[in-house]
Write a protein that binds this ligand. Structure first.
Ligand code: MTE
Ligand code: MO
Length: 252
């Protein structure tokens, strides 16, 4: 899927004026390697990046690099009554369903996810709107959850489904969703995060569980998760924003 060079250039040119919660482009000024890569890589296609850099690790930072709280964006307070009921119970009744092309469908509580070996990483989140924030994320590697579910041989992609209604239309509400291929799903920095900056994940940033896929732009990192569905092929453009023209592969 070819990247759109115009949009990428716009992204890079996006002025600091857009920033509110994050006062600086963390590391996006000067000769940041990521920025140079972006500028040099305008024409990189999904196919090319797949063979050049996709399995490389995203840069990780130290706690001293966290200059402000994580700026919330998109939906920050889901109004959905099922979501609010789960929040009121302290997530006791919340489950993550893992279904589809797997040998062993799962229904995992937050306690079960937290009992799995955790991973903590300090990374920079880049939003397509032109701001970025460094934050610390704690969660479980998606690869570990998938290893429990045991994807079938035909599995190639997965959908992550959110609980927040991002748009209310004539045909009813649309809940946020996203998708990854298995290669990104199995990347060591791809985690299901339940903690942020040393505290439980706040509602504004996706409680109780959100995806972190550190080699891609912010819109891939669905918040308010309740289900993962493993599939042989995507049945749509792959996500809420993709249906509205964004690239499915949002590599950075
Ligand atoms: N469920 C859900 N996930 C979402 C969004 C959203 O509106 N709803 N917005 C996306 C966008 S565009 C960004 S930049 C990040 C913002 O994450 P944050 O609120 O932790 O900054 O979440 C992404 N995931
Ligand atoms: Mo974003």
């Amino acid at each position: 899927m070819p990247a759109d060079p115009t949009r990428r250039r716009l992204l890079l040119a996006a002025p600091a004026l857009l920033l509110s919660g994050c006062k600086v482009f963390d590391g996006m000024t000067g000769d940041s390697p990521a920025r140079n890569l972006l500028e040099g890589a305008n024409a990189l296609t999904h196919a090319t990046q797949k063979f050049v850099a996709r399995d490389a690790l995203a840069p990780e930072y130290s706690r001293a690099d966290i200059r402000q709280g994580m700026r919330p964006n998109g939906v920050t307070a889901p109004q959905d009554s099922d979501y609010q009921a789960l929040a009121a119970s302290g997530w006791a009744d919340w489950r993550l369903a893992v279904t589809g092309a797997v040998e062993r469908p799962l229904s995992l509580s937050l306690a079960q996810l937290m009992a799995m070996p955790p991973r903590t990483q300090i990374t920079r989140h880049d939003c397509v709107e032109g701001w970025s924030c460094i934050a610390e994320w704690t969660g479980v590697q998606l690869s570990r959850v998938l290893a429990e579910a045991r994807p079938l041989p035909q599995a190639r992609f997965l959908y992550v489904r959110s609980m927040d209604t991002i748009e209310r239309g004539l045909a009813g509400g649309i809940r946020y969703w996203e998708s990854l291929d298995l290669r990104d799903a199995l990347h060591p920095q791809t985690i299901l995060a339940y903690g942020m900056n040393g505290s439980p994940l706040p509602v504004a940033n996706g409680a109780p569980l959100r995806l972190r896929v550190e080699r891609q732009l912010g819109y891939k990192m669905a918040k308010y998760l309740h289900a993962i569905e493993v599939v042989p092929a995507l049945a749509d453009k792959g996500g809420y924003w993709e249906e509205r023209g964004y690239d499915w592969y949002a590599g950075i």
